[in-house]
Design a binder for this molecule. Structure first.
Ligand SMILES: Nc1ncnc2c1ncn2[C@@H]1O[C@H](COP(=O)(O)OP(=O)(O)O)[C@@H](O)[C@H]1O
Ligand SMILES: [Mg+2]
Length: 342
């Protein structure tokens, strides 16, 4: 769907030349949710803006949906852009227009008839869950609702590709989750290819199939999300991945758990794709004479299975605990038993 070949972007500034994107090659498949992560200044926005012709590469080629975006101009470019929707961190809505009028705007530009616009806008409002807010102005909406308008507007011309530039970075965690759920829903329902850039690893983990890591204009690492999480190669990638797990099981938490459960065993289960946590715990409770407490967990469903950690406490006869642990060991989940002694 998207082919980026040897793409370079150099800006000339008063203080000299800045290489924002430095020789990037990548192929993004149809229906894929492809994430690009990197710190501020890494070149992510410049890269994504070259996908819809908002920036022109200094050299190299960018093809989207069979068109050489980097070479076309004028009406041809405008037409190609209808196949590529984009959403932004700060929504970029028209503040003097209602929700309905904002979503309708790209349809007006494309010359769609009034009646057809009405039908399409109604459909989009439903798709993004904004029923009842059609006549509201952006200033009357929450951040999440504003981004829903942004998404509906981006989808108005039935694009093949949706570009998301830090689309959840201005939202609180709960709203971020609901917008990410919406993106997954749209990806599945419409088969839309999504390119998403972010500086937040949890966003990548939640919805992307593959991820590329950008640093100083280069893609320094790329792979399936689970492979990169399991086995990060570059130090920048390791930093991104470890930030995430540090958030989730701080030393404090572990110490606190151990104080609360002096008998039995506290076990940390790590899920990296594949196994789902629920049946494992259900079987443990059903098949062994154990009391099983789920102490805390931070498991998210990635596109390739469960990912995250779960702390459980097993109590019962010593032999029974042993059997329970054996069962867990057979389940292909990462396992740390009696984390007290680590
Ligand atoms: N229009 C521009 N003119 C000059 N320099 C730019 C321009 N746009 C981006 N840059 C520079 O290119 C580099 C990458 O920027 P950007 O693509 O916005 O990174 P990111 O989105 O990862 O934060 C930065 O050093 C930035 O200052
Ligand atoms: Mg940016």
């Amino acid at each position: 769907m998207i082919t980026i070949q040897k793409v370079k972007k150099v800006f000339s500034t008063k203080s000299g030349k800045v290489t924002a994107v430095d020789n990037i090659n990548v192929e993004i498949n149809k229906g894929e949710i492809f994430g690009v992560i990197g710190y501020s200044g890494a070149g992510k926005s410049t890269l994504i803006r070259m996908l819809n012709g908002l920036e022109v590469p200094t050299s190299g080629s960018v093809q989207v949906a069979g068109k050489e975006v980097s070479k076309i101009k004028g009406s041809e470019l405008r037409k190609a852009r209808q196949e590529i929707g984009m959403i932004f961190q700060h929504f970029n809505l028209l503040w003097s227009r209602t929700v309905r009028e904002n979503i309708s705007f790209p349809l007006e530009i494309a010359g769609v008839s009034r009646q057809e616009r009405q039908r399409k806008v109604d459909e989009l409002i439903k798709l993004v869950g904004l029923e009842g807010r059609e006549e509201a102005y952006p200033s009357q909406l929450s951040g999440g609702q504003k981004q829903r308008v942004g998404i509906a507007r981006a989808l108005a011309n039935d694009p093949k590709v949706l570009l998301c530039d830090e689309a959840t970075s201005a939202l609180d965690p709960k709203t971020t989750d609901s917008i990410l759920d919406l993106l997954v829903d749209i990806n599945k329902r419409l088969g839309l290819t999504i390119v998403l850039i972010t500086h937040e690893m949890h966003v990548i983990r939640k919805i992307c199939h593959r991820v590329a890591v950008m640093e100083s204009g280069k893609m320094v690492e790329m792979g399936s999300v689970l492979d990169v999480f399991k086995n990060p190669q570059q130090s920048i990638t390791k930093t991104f991945v470890s930030q995430l797990s540090e958030q989730e099981d701080t030393l404090e938490t572990v110490q606190h758990l151990l104080n609360r459960y002096p008998s039995g065993q506290v076990i940390k289960l790590t899920f990296i794709g594949g196994s789902a946590e629920q049946p494992i715990i259900t079987n443990l409770i059903r098949n062994y004479e154990l009391s099983v407490n789920i102490i805390q967990g931070n498991i998210s469903q990635t596109q390739n299975g469960s990912y995250g950690t779960l702390f459980i406490h097993l109590d019962g006869a010593e032999g029974e605990i042993k059997k329970g642990i054996q069962y867990l060991q057979q389940q292909k989940v990462g396992l740390e038993v009696n984390i007290a002694n680590d």
